[in-house]
Design a protein around this ligand. Structure first.
Ligand SMILES: C[S@@+](CC[C@H](N)C(=O)[O-])C[C@H]1O[C@@H](n2cnc3c(N)ncnc32)[C@H](O)[C@@H]1O
Length: 221
């Protein structure tokens, strides 16, 4: 169940969200404010890219940067989540469009991106929409997909991932061909290391293996 709470200025937004009949696998409270935040069980989550969790990512070479390559240009992050990957990519000079289909996740994402880009001049926009709708209208040099997959973990996932799992629908992204058409130069798919290579697509040109059973399949044009 999702409970939406307005702390003052967001009555209209609360009404819009209430009409959407959103559901969650766990009890979630969404508190609308500056910033918006989410309560899951006893934990509170808000999104702020100036936090050390994000800023410390900028000091190391993340495998996604090897997968995306050196070429700069426009990039669609088609399964945006809370924008960690987009954060890294926009800091690496890509013009990033982050799409997120879940309205609650998208709400926190949009607010955090807008807020961060007033402090740090990045080319980064967040869109609250199914990425397929954007793919039908626009094309990008690079399309990046991080659809949800299960990783065998001994520890509990991070709070941000617990929230994504609690809110996510049972319909994973499967429009591989559309994503391929939308990419002018490169399509990158983050996968579980044991996942099959997508039969709908040509053979990947490259693969980058990362930690935690993650693999990036790279399709070049
Ligand atoms: C594994 S998470 C992505 C995490 C993200 N890469 C990050 O760095 O934070 C997958 C996200 O994709 C979103 N999603 C799934 N299908 C989508 C679609 N068709 N369009 C846009 N977002 C989608 C889910 O709601 C979920 O938030």
């Amino acid at each position: 169940m999702i409970e939406i709470i307005d702390t003052g200025d967001f009555a209209e937004l609360k009404q819009q969200l209430s009409k959407m009949h959103l559901s969650a696998h766990d009890n979630i409270q969404v508190i609308l404010g500056y910033p918006h935040y989410i309560r899951l069980k006893d934990s509170i989550f808000s999104l702020n890219y100036t936090d050390n969790t994000y800023q410390s990512l900028l000091t190391t070479q993340h495998p996604i940067l090897s997968a995306i390559g050196q070429q700069k240009g426009t990039l669609l992050d088609a399964c945006g989540g809370f924008g960690k990957d987009s954060f890294l990519l926009s800091h690496n000079h890509f013009k990033v469009t982050t799409c997120e289909s879940n309205p609650i996740i998208a709400l926190l994402l949009s607010q955090a991106v807008t807020d961060y880009c007033t402090k740090v001049p990045l080319s980064w926009e967040a869109i609250s929409q199914q990425s397929q709708e954007v793919m039908h209208k626009r094309s990008f040099d690079i399309v990046y997909l991080d659809p949800m997959f299960q990783i065998q973990r001994s520890a509990k996932p991070k709070l941000s991932m617990q929230i994504i799992q609690a809110l996510s629908s049972s319909e994973p992204f499967t429009d591989w061909d559309l994503a391929w058409q939308c990419a002018k130069k490169r399509l990158v798919i983050k996968q579980h290391q044991k996942a099959i290579i997508r039969p709908e697509l040509p053979k990947p040109s490259l693969q980058v293996k990362a930690k935690k059973n993650v693999r990036y399949d790279i399709y070049l044009k």
